[in-house]
Unconditional design. Structure first.
Length: 252
C-alpha cells in the first residue's frame, strides 16, 4: 500500500515511519511511505507557502496554489490514491475508518500549519479527518497516527494474522485483559481459566471480559456493537448483578 505525506516538515515524520513495525513493513515492501516537502511546489525566491488572511486577523494561512500543484503531481503518479486533509473540522477518525482506508490502493495526506488552509484547498481533497476535538500545531502527527492505524491492517505487517482482529474496537468492543509470565506478581495471579488449556472456555471468558470492560468503561459502544443473543443475555445478567450490588451498598 502506498502512503504519501505532503508537509512543510518532513523531518518530523522520518523517525516514526522508519522504526519498529512500520520500518520493517517498508523494508519488506508491504507498504511504501514517501514524504514530500510542500515547498518543492512553491514559487518565488523564498518559496512562500503561506500568506496573511484576507479581511485581517492573526496568523498566516496556507496558500492554495502550492497545494494544488503538489496534489496534481502526486495524483498524476498515484491516480487511485485517496486524498485526506488533516483538519480539526473533519470527521473524527475511528477504527472503522482505518479498516475502510486500508482497502484503498494508496493515501495522500495533506498536513496543514499556521492558522489553517485557504478554504479552496478543501475542494482539492476527498475527505477531511480529525483525531479529536483539539488542535495540534500541524497535521503531521495526525497523519502519522492515521497511517499507523491503517498500515498495521495491511496483511503481513503485524506478522500474526489474528493480531489486529482482537484489538480494541475491531469488533466494536474493548479488548479483553491480556496476561503473560510470570503467573504471579505481587500477589496478583493470572486467571486460572487462561492456564486451563480449555480453548472453548477461554474464548467464552474473553468474550465476557470484553463485554464487562466495555460496559464499565465505554458503555456507549454497546449501542452499535454487533452483539449475539448470548452477548445480550450476559449483559442483562451483568447489569442486574451490578444493580443489586449497588442497592446493597446503599442499604436499600
Amino acid at each position: 500500500m502506498q502512503f504519501d505525506i505532503l508537509t512543510l516538515f518532513p523531518a518530523m515524520l522520518e523517525g516514526p515511519l522508519t522504526a519498529s513495525i512500520l520500518g520493517k513493513a517498508v523494508d519488506k515492501g508491504l507498504i511504501s511511505v514517501d514524504l514530500h516537502n510542500l515547498r518543492d511546489w512553491a514559487e518565488g525566491k523564498h518559496l512562500v507557502t503561506d500568506d496573511t488572511p484576507y479581511g485581517g486577523g492573526d496568523g498566516m494561512v496556507m496558500k492554495v496554489d502550492p497545494v494544488a500543484r503538489a496534489l496534481a503531481d502526486l495524483k498524476g503518479k498515484r491516480p487511485q490514491s485517496r486524498i485526506l486533509l488533516m483538519s480539526p473540522q473533519g470527521k473524527t477518525f475511528q477504527q472503522a475508518d482505518a479498516e475502510r482506508l486500508g482497502r484503498e490502493s494508496g493515501l495522500i495526506f495533506v498536513c496543514g500549519r499556521y492558522e489553517g488552509y485557504d478554504e479552496r484547498v478543501r475542494s482539492l481533497v476527498d475527505e477531511e479527518i480529525s483525531l479529536g476535538d483539539y488542535v495540534l500545531t500541524g497535521g503531521e502527527l495526525a497523519a502519522a497516527t492515521i497511517l499507523d492505524a491503517t498500515a498495521r491492517l495491511v496483511p503481513g505487517v503485524l506478522g500474526a494474522v489474528g493480531s489486529a482482529l482482537n484489538d480494541s474496537f475491531s469488533d466494536g468492543l474493548l479488548e479483553y485483559p491480556q496476561y503473560t509470565r510470570p503467573a504471579e506478581f505481587n500477589g496478583m495471579c493470572v486467571p486460572a481459566v487462561l492456564v486451563s488449556g480449555n480453548h472453548q472456555v477461554i474464548a467464552t471468558w474473553r468474550r465476557h471480559e470484553q463485554l464487562r470492560r466495555t460496559l464499565a468503561r465505554r458503555p456507549e459502544l454497546l449501542e452499535t456493537a454487533p452483539l449475539t443473543k448470548a452477548d445480550r443475555l450476559f449483559l442483562e445478567e451483568l447489569r442486574a448483578s451490578l444493580k443489586k450490588t449497588t442497592s446493597e451498598d446503599q442499604g436499600t
